[in-house]
Design a binder for this molecule. Structure first.
Ligand SMILES: [Zn+2]
Length: 212
């Protein structure tokens, strides 16, 4: 079972962060607005004051369709399967944000703001985020194999990076304002995606045969 050619990990890490890359760009463009509110949630001080183009449900669906189409154009080897996985990964961001955010995610234009607020409960938020992180890590580690010596330790380096960024996010100092936060966020998203593309070079899916 499974896809003949799963999507690239680097592309997957861009996909799950796609609306957050968008959030950074649109805040700089003045089209969206997030603000730092110390103590907004136990685990996050970012309030999404006005983010309809990246963090509303309709926007997330549009980003997901766009993500699938773009991946289909870029990586033609695997057909629609991996492209649909990429689309689902883009959308998973909104679903997971819905679990942890306070109600600041727009359900539909003119509709209510939603969010279950798990970030207001630190143990629950930390357990949920670690479960998703470790679950994803295990799926990746068991469905790929090393192509080189670096491929043996590369997943551990990525795991350390992800846990490190996560801990900084939870326990690090609160940025004074959103303009101090945006470059840090962009650097973290980019570093994580770059690490994924590096892993794509040193590991390969187990479903790919020697001739594939
Ligand atoms: Zn987000």
């Amino acid at each position: 079972m499974g896809l003949k050619r799963p999507p690239s990990l680097g592309a997957g890490l861009v996909a799950v962060q796609a609306v957050d890359f968008g959030w950074v760009a649109l805040n700089y463009a003045g089209l969206e607005r997030a603000e730092i509110q110390p103590g907004y949630s136990a685990l996050s001080s970012i309030h999404l004051a006005h983010m309809p183009y990246t963090h509303s449900l309709p926007a997330a669906l549009i980003w997901s369709v766009a993500g699938a189409l773009i991946y289909r154009l870029i990586d033609r080897r695997g057909g629609w399967g991996p492209a649909l996985v990429i689309g689902a990964l883009v959308f998973s961001h909104w679903l997971l944000d819905f679990l942890v955010h306070q109600p600041d995610l727009l359900l539909f234009p003119g509709g209510p703001m939603v969010g279950l607020g798990w970030w207001t409960n630190a143990p629950l938020g930390i357990a949920a985020e670690m479960a998703v992180l470790l679950g994803g890590f295990l799926i990746y580690a068991f469905s790929t194999r090393a192509r080189s010596a670096a491929g043996n330790w590369a997943p551990w380096a990525l795991l350390a990076l992800l846990v490190g960024v996560q801990c900084l996010n939870w326990f690090g100092p609160t940025p004074p304002d959103i303009w101090a936060m945006l470059p840090q966020a962009l650097a973290a998203y980019t570093l994580i995606a770059a690490a994924g593309f590096w892993l794509d070079r040193v590991r390969e899916p187990k479903t790919i045969t020697a001739t594939g």
